[in-house]
Ligand binder design. Structure first.
Ligand SMILES: *Cc1c(COP(=O)(O)O)cnc(C)c1O
Length: 826
């Protein structure tokens, strides 16, 4: 156990305040992920959008007593006499130059206490899969410690390495970088004795001058390894490794190498690989057929061969590998429940991460965990299950369903509403769908428990069309716009129309979590729904109907007032109590949709001053042409008119209000006019409306469906309604499960729309039907069940919209309510 002095020494810090020696078991960098307050050392790290120093008091209140800081925030005063920080009297506080560096130094020190072999894994793609697979493959012989999920960043790596304990016999840690100079830090923390370079691709290219620079930067991880495992076939990698003379174990499909791949033959979903190792030709059967999986598995096979595992044993283990789910998803399930299916990561840290994800869902219903025995933890059962119980307790679950004989033995450790079953079958036999309603359920089990059967039992049968919403991309986009704003400028996020089709409270919750200042919806009911799902941010309602003002007040919503009629309706509904109502005044500066004119301002001010229960929170206007440079002069005119009108209003009111006029396009085009707040809409969902910085945004929504059937059509036959799809030659036609009732516009018919199947764009053949449509897949090897992308990363929604003469806004909001939304984080 490290003492405070030792930690101070390792991190080259100074002790600002000492209270008493507490134990340090856990490193904490995210105030939300607190598990064991008493044993945690919190590192206050300054990020671009969040500063850990803002959370010191909150963490102290939750029981954290040890802090590494760069400074003491001004609001935390020191007691003149004792010199202690008043709000943190019993805390130990170490001050360092950089908390992040200190975290890395401490982890590096921890690493230096262990002499076991450690693999460092880096590369553009496949790091997590190679790590997970290698862990599965080594498990029969080793006690593996590995990065949880894809914890491979400047913060993730130290947290991963901190898990090392005396029971572990081998370590597998991934390292990911996005900028020059980052790898050296990670190397010092991981200190790999062996390396795996998965591959090099375009990810994060923008952070580097050249691909070569990126390869060389990544190779820094391997400066001192005994052996680097990599594939010779990537010339850039091969040249760089040779130049740096890193000792290597190589594999290749084309060049002489330690492990030489002679052939690989796909058979259905599997592949037979013929290879030569140490002069002997041998065969291996792997349960995958795609290129990426083959590459990943060959890295692992190289390691196993080098470890002299007999080929029969390798074959057995490799054949048991299963695909690695890369992300946490929340899916709609029966009876209003949502499922988070995380059945692959069955260790303690994976459990804590998944429970975090569960805990941060704001849904009103209960939170339930279905958990199997934990295998391969490296801990004795008693310690293991008492830790599991501790984690479960810290995450405030409503209910636990535990499945397995081991976990059932430790029932008494869990003091919450819980049920125990000896096996998955026992649970399924007792399962009654009606006993679950509106719950959010995390499902997490070791592979052998086959929890996919439980997932299937819970999943609502819906037709195969889903809109996948990437929550990380959404946050990325939020931060892109934030970076364009002054720190004091507020952000109102438009979540009208079901958050531009993406799903309402799920998005609102994420925005609340990431500290948006305001939300805006179109109608009162949309706002009520957000409130009912636990959203507490202020919410502006842009189009309050006159009869909805009672609800507006009841649910603390804030109406937009755009005319005297609506102002009167609002006043008439004001209750007798003393509560004040925040309203937002819309000014018409040239959009000519809703809003007051300049001449009406004195009258507004007069009415408001006569009604002290009404407070004008903000005044705003909307630009008619911010997305097109052509209209810049007009936009500027609108903005200056708005400034003048708002100033007039404030003067006559006698107080100032929040002023805002920029939408997404305006933020990009007129950063000098951000005033007090901006209103972010389409940009958050991944469409850059000025089309000048589209590359900086990430795609949020992917509309997907599946192939229902494939037909061979003879030349001369026709397909679909009105016989519009005319086969001029023999064709293969696939019917896909999406139609205009799902939001796939009828104008996409007859070759206008193209969908992505098996990596190819297939044009729509004939007319689009209500629930499905047909596409030409001649020669593409398409079969029933194949996934189809309508729009997403590879199929630009902007281009798609243009092809039918509309805008992405319409395509996004047209995705109908019956299309299931799936939310995921990477
Ligand atoms: C929808 C809307 C926005 C957001 O516009 P985007 O172009 O999606 O950024 C801003 N202000 C008002 C008044 C809106 O109705």
């Amino acid at each position: 156990m490290l003492s405070l002095e030792e930690i101070t020494k390792v991190t080259a810090g100074t002790i600002l305040q000492f209270s008493q020696n507490y134990s340090v078991q856990y490193l904490l960098t995210d105030s939300r992920k607190i598990l064991h307050p008493a044993g945690s050392l919190f590192f206050a790290i300054k990020g671009s959008f969040n500063d850990g120093h803002d959370y010191l008091e909150t963490l102290y209140a939750k029981g954290v007593r040890q802090f590494v800081v760069e400074y003491i925030p001004d609001i935390l005063k020191k007691d003149d006499q004792t010199g202690l920080v008043v709000a943190l009297p019993e805390a130990n506080i170490i001050q360092v130059k950089s908390s992040l560096k200190a975290l890395q130094q401490l982890a590096a020190f921890h690493r230096s206490l262990f002499q076991i072999p450690v693999f460092g894994i880096t590369g553009s793609n496949g790091k997590t899969i190679v790590k997970e697979w290698l862990s599965q493959l080594l498990n029969p012989d080793e006690m593996v410690v590995k990065s949880p999920r894809s914890y491979n960043s400047q913060i993730g790596v130290p947290l991963s390495v901190w898990q090392l304990n005396d029971n572990h016999t081998i370590g597998l840690f991934e390292a990911g970088i996005s900028q020059p100079d980052e790898m050296e830090n990670l190397r010092q923390v991981i200190k790999p004795t062996f390396g795996i370079f998965t591959n090099i691709g375009p990810a994060h290219d923008q952070g580097f001058i050249s691909r070569k620079e990126k390869v060389n930067e990544k190779l820094k991880l391997f400066q001192e390894v005994e052996l680097l495992f990599y594939c010779l076939d990537q010339k850039e990698v091969q040249e760089a490794v040779a130049a740096q003379q890193i000792p290597a174990f190589t594999w290749s499909r084309h060049l002489p190498a330690d492990l030489q791949i002679l052939s690989s033959t796909p058979i259905g979903n599997e592949t037979t690989i013929l290879f030569k190792y140490k002069g002997v030709e041998q065969g291996l059967h792997v349960p995958f057929a795609d290129e990426a999986s083959l590459e990943n598995v060959l890295h692992c096979v190289a390691v196993l061969l080098w470890r002299q595992l007999p080929i029969e044993e390798i074959q057995q283990r490799v054949y048991k590998l299963t695909p690695v789910a890369m992300r946490l998803e929340m899916k709609e399930a029966i009876n209003g429940c949502y499922l988070i299916d995380d059945t692959y990561n069955n260790d303690l840290s994976g459990l804590a991460i998944a429970l975090d994800f569960l805990q941060h869902q704001p849904r009103q219903g209960k939170k339930v965990l279905i958990l199997s025995d934990l295998l391969e933890s490296g801990l004795g059962d008693e310690v293991l299950y008492s830790q599991v119980a501790e984690i479960v307790k810290a995450k405030q679950l409503d209910k636990l369903i535990a499945i397995g004989e081991k976990i059932s033995q430790y029932q008494s450790e869990f003091d919450l509403d819980s049920q125990f079953y000896s096996s998955t079958t026992a649970f399924l036999n007792a399962f009654t769908p009606d006993s679950f309603r509106n719950e959010t359920i995390l499902i997490k089990g070791a592979r052998k428990f086959e929890f996919e059967k439980i997932v299937a039992a819970f999943q609502r049968k819906v037709h195969g069309t889903v809109l996948e919403v990437n929550m990380d991309a959404l946050v990325h986009n939020l931060n892109f716009y934030r970076a364009k704003l002054k720190p004091e400028t507020k952000i109102m996020v438009m979540v009208k129309a079901f958050a531009y089709g993406s799903g309402s409270y799920e998005i609102a919750n994420l925005l609340q979590f990431h500290r948006a200042d305001y939300l805006a919806v179109a109608y009162t009911d949309e706002g009520v729904q957000l409130r009912e799902n636990g959203i507490t941010l202020p919410i502006m309602v842009m189009n309050p109907s006159p009869d909805s003002f009672t609800k507006i007040q009841q649910f603390h919503l804030e109406p937009e007032i755009y005319s005297f009629e609506i102002l009167e309706a609002c006043l008439a509904a004001l209750p007798d109590q003393n509560a004040t109502l925040n309203i937002h005044i819309k000014l018409d500066t040239g959009m000519h949709r809703l809003g007051f004119t300049e001449a009406e301002i004195p009258e507004i001010a007069k009415i408001i001053k006569a009604n002290p229960k009404i407070h004008i929170a903000s005044a705003f206007s909307h630009l008619a042409g911010a997305d097109e440079a052509f209209h810049n002069d007009y936009s500027k005119l609108q903005i200056s008119k708005f400034r003048k009108m708002a100033a007039g209003l404030e003067e006559q009111l006698g107080y100032s209000v929040i002023k805002h006029t920029l939408n997404s396009a305006g933020i990009v085009r007129f950063p000098e006019d951000q005033l007090d707040m901006v209103r972010l809409g389409i940009g958050l969902y991944g469409v850059e409306a000025t089309n000048t910085e589209q590359k900086s945004l990430r795609t949020v929504g992917t509309l997907k469906t599946t192939v229902s059937q494939v037909k061979q059509i003879r030349a001369g036959e026709t397909v679909g309604y009105s016989r519009r799809g005319i086969a001029t030659e023999d064709k293969e036609i696939a019917t896909i499960a999406i139609g205009y009732a799902d939001g796939y516009d009828r104008r996409f018919g007859n070759g206008v729309g193209k969908v992505l199947i098996n990596g190819h764009l297939a044009p729509v053949f004939g007319n689009v039907c209500m629930d499905m449509c047909m596409v030409d897949v001649t020669g593409l090897g398409v079969k029933a069940g194949d996934p189809v992308v309508i729009f997403g990363e590879e199929v630009s929604i902007t281009k798609l919209a243009k092809s039918i003469g509309t805008i992405p806004y319409e395509l996004l909001t047209n995705v109908s309510a019956r299309v299931k939304r799936v939310f995921y984080s990477e």
